[in-house]
Each structure stands twice: as C-alpha cells, then as structure tokens.
Write a protein that binds this ligand. Structure first.
Ligand code: NAD
Length: 437
C-alpha cells in the first residue's frame, strides 16, 4: 500500500519505519526541515533502540522516503496518517492546532478518495473535527479513522511490530477493510484488532494511559505509607501483584511519572470530563499525588542535609523519565533539579543518552559527565533517578570512595537495603525504609 505519515516524531517515525518494514511504500513528512535533512542523510533524530538499523534497511530498499512536502505525499498515498503532537494547551486540554492544520493540508492536496488515520492522541470528537476540516475544502470522499498508538518509548519498535492489540475506530466498511489489510502482518500471532466507533477509540487511548498513571500514583501513595508504617513496599508489591486480578506490571513506586504522554493525557482527560460537567475525581488525585511525588527525593535530601543545601553537590544518575529514551518531556528530574538548585545545591549528572537534550532544557544549572563514576567525584550524595540497567549493579566500593558522605537517595528502589547496610551506606528508598550508615 502507498502511505503518507505526517509528523515524524517518536510515533510517526516508528510507524513509518514499521509500515515500510512490512512492504508498504511510505513517505514520512515533517515541517521541521532540520529533522527531514537529518533523515535524508540517514541520521535518526531521536534515540530509540533498533530504530536506526530498520530505518536504514527500508531506506536502502526504497520503501521509505522523507519530505517536507505534505501535498506531494498526500497526492501519492492511499492512506494518510496524522502523527503530529497534541501538547497541552493553557487549560490542560489537548492543543489540536497541529492536527487541524494537517487536516487542512490533506484536504487541499486530495485528488481522490483517502483514508485519513489519526494516530495522534486526541480527545473524543476529534475525528469529526478532522473530517469537517477536510470536507470544507474538498469534494473528494474521505473516511477518517481513529487509530490510537500504544507504543512505549524505549521499546517502540517491538511494541509497534508486535502490538498487544490494534484499536481501530471507524464505522466505514471501506476504511475497515483497508485498515485490516494494513495491520494483518502485525497481528499474525492472534493478537486482536478491535474495531469500534471513532469516539470509543479516542476514549480508549486516554482511559488506558489514565489507568496506567493511576497505578503509578496509587503505588507511590502505598510506598509513602509503607515508609511511615514500617512496611516494605517491595514485599507488598509482590504480595499484591500475584493476584491475577491485579497483575504484577506497573506496580513500581518511584519519583513520579513523566514523559510526553501520561502527564498531558491525564490532564486532557480531566478537561474532557470538565467539558461534560463531569469532574474526574480519581484523575484529579492521580495528578496531584504525582506532582508531590516528583519532589520526594528533594524532601528526603532536605531531611538529611537541612533546608540550606548551598555548598553541597549531588551526583544524579539518570535524567530522562525512563530508561532507553532521550525524551526529557515532563521528566521528574526537571522538578528535582529545580528544587535542589533553588536551595543552593549543585548537580553533576550522568545519563547514557538524555544529556544532549537535558543540556538545552536545564540550562546552566547542571554539569554533565561522560561516565557515572566521574559524576560522583567529590559529590556529597548520589541521587538515582532513572532505572537504567547499568545502574542496577554498580561498584559500591567505588561509589563510597568517590562520595564525601556515603549517602544514596534511591528514587527507583534499585538497591537492596540490606546490601546497602553491609556496604556502609545511608540509603533512602521509596517505601522500603531508610538504612543509616
Ligand atoms: P513529537 O513531538 O515527537 O513529533 C511530532 C512531529 O510532528 C514533530 O516532528 C513536528 O515537527 C511534526 N509536526 C507538527 N506539525 C506539523 C505539520 N503541520 N506538518 C508536518 N509535521 C508537523 O510527538 P510524538 O511523541 O511522536 O507524539 C505524536 C502524537 O502521538 C501525540 O499526540 C502523542 O500524544 C501521541 N503518542 C505518543 C507516544 C510517545 O510515546 N511519544 C505514544 C503514543 C501516542
């Protein structure tokens, strides 16, 4: 099939590469000339494991091309995907200006029937808005399909190639057939394509992300209570998660959720509730628990060192909101850095891939090192913020020698309190108590 994917970010690029990989001819479009120039040179603008090799292969085979020319891409395509950003507006609602602008570009370029597929995360009712934008410009027939994307950054390629499920929102038989053919190679093992109407598909994406965010905030509250009550959240998590009705995934407490999806999608769903005069009380709590959790490690640092942190240096392992990505959008590290720096502290950070992005975002407040152990030299304490695998089993002797004081704020519960006691550390956790050197 001939496809155009408009928006070449985390979702659009992965989708473009994935569809090309199953034999389709894909043109990826972006308005960002720099991004397209990089891709035309064979460079990948984002960090995503496995993306570069697959991208190179499909480019070489001639199935994947890049352009800034939306009209040309739309004219040659049978199916046009919209995968542009839907950032939060002033009031938390999803800003649809990019989606609407692309809809108008599509309408202007159409020279026959098109299936227009919305892959961006958009509020209920957006498919109708997209359709209205298009039919106001063109007389050619169009079906607008809602096809939310569930990939996880850091595992985007495998999630896209082997999705747990594909959700397709449409009431058009013609579009349903096209979408079934397109996705057939991705669901050969029997994972379902779930068809529904557009509004249900749009709601599904928000409900799924809101549920995941709820699990995180719930576990963060359980962990904080464990700390106060002398329970170990790690045991509690295992004890809960073995109940199949609960399941063992997504029960890890930490420094709060971040990234480009959960924070904005929770807010946008709350806005949708407000528009229907139906305040979503659970999400209100999920959001405020998360805001509080982002500064948990700063509060623990203040409890240890006192209110005034001037003259102190904190080594920070991890900056991105999760491992295997360089995405710093809404990363809890941003809040943590701000809190510590506002109290006079200095931060020396290491992240395997997010440092170039963090440099632009955190300005002069942070120094960076190319190696996690270098970041420790002369620091007063270590903060572990992102659960990169390489931080799980470090050389504790080397950490102890490098730090002025053997203090670790373990924001991801990577280290066993008992082992930290044996190694002579003061170890702060999220819900596993505190070991004192
Ligand atoms: P992104 O910001 O990484 O990429 C969006 C791209 O669209 C940018 O490169 C931008 O230049 C381009 N763009 C914007 N307006 C354009 C226009 N008029 N014409 C051409 N290009 C244009 O965003 P993303 O993370 O890929 O997310 C895209 C959508 O997918 C969002 O709605 C997001 O919520 C959703 N989503 C994201 C993820 C994720 O993990 N990142 C997962 C599932 C769903």
């Amino acid at each position: 099939m001939k496809l155009a994917v408009i928006g070449t970010g985390y979702v659009g690029l992965v989708a473009g590469v994935g569809f090309a990989d199953s034999g389709n001819d894909v043109v990826c479009v972006d308005q960002d000339q720099n991004k397209i120039d990089m891709l035309l040179r064979g460079e990948v603008p984002i960090y995503e494991p496995g993306l570069n090799t697959r991208l190179a292969r499909n480019r070489e085979d001639g199935r994947l091309t890049f352009t800034t020319d939306t009209a040309a891409a739309v004219r040659q395509a049978e199916v046009v995907f919209i995968a542009v950003g839907t950032p939060p507006g002033e009031d938390g609602s999803a800003d649809l200006s990019h989606v609407r602008a692309v809809a108008r570009d599509i309408g202007r370029a159409m020279n026959g029937y098109r299936v227009v597929v919305n892959k961006s995360t958009v509020p209920v009712g957006t498919a109708e808005k997209v359709r209205d934008e298009i039919v106001a410009i063109t007389d050619h027939p169009v079906d607008v399909v809602s096809n939310p994307e569930f990939l996880k950054e850091g595992a985007a390629i495998s999630d896209f190639m082997k999705p747990d499920r594909v959700v397709i929102g449409t009431t058009s038989e013609r579009a349903r057939k096209v979408m079934s053919e397109l996705y057939a190679p991705f669901v050969r093992t029997g994972n379902p394509i779930i068809f529904m109407n557009n509004r249900s598909a749009e709601m599904t994406k928000y409900a799924a992300n809101a549920m995941l965010a709820t699990r995180i905030s719930f576990m963060n509250e359980v962990a904080n209570l464990c700390d106060l009550a002398g329970a170990d959240v790690n045991k509690v998590r295992l004890g809960m998660g073995t109940d199949p009705r609960i399941g063992n995934k997504f029960l890890f407490p930490g420094v709060g959720y971040g990234g480009s999806c959960f924070p904005k999608d929770v807010q946008a769903m709350m806005r949708t509730g407000a528009e229907y005069d139906f305040p979503l009380q659970i999400l209100d709590a999920v959001h405020s628990v998360n805001e509080h959790q982002k500064s948990l490690m700063a509060r623990k640092a203040v409890a240890h060192f006192g209110d005034d942190l001037s003259g102190l240096t904190f080594a920070m392992w991890g900056l991105a909101f999760k491992p295997n990505t360089d995405d710093m959008r809404e990363a809890p590290a941003i809040i943590l850095v701000r809190e510590l720096v506002s109290r006079g502290a200095k931060i020396v950070a290491y992240d395997p891939v997010a440092m170039p992005v963090a440099r632009d975002l955190l300005s002069g407040n942070v120094e960076y090192r190319d190696n996690p152990y270098e970041a420790l030299e002369g620091a007063d304490a270590l903060l572990v913020i992102t659960e990169w695998n390489r931080f799980r089993n470090p050389d504790f002797e080397r950490i102890r020698r490098a730090l002025k004081e053997p203090v670790i704020f373990d924001g991801r519960n990577l280290y066993e309190p008992e082992r930290m006691r044996e190694n002579g550390f003061t170890h702060y956790t999220v819900g596993r108590g505190t070991v004192r050197a």
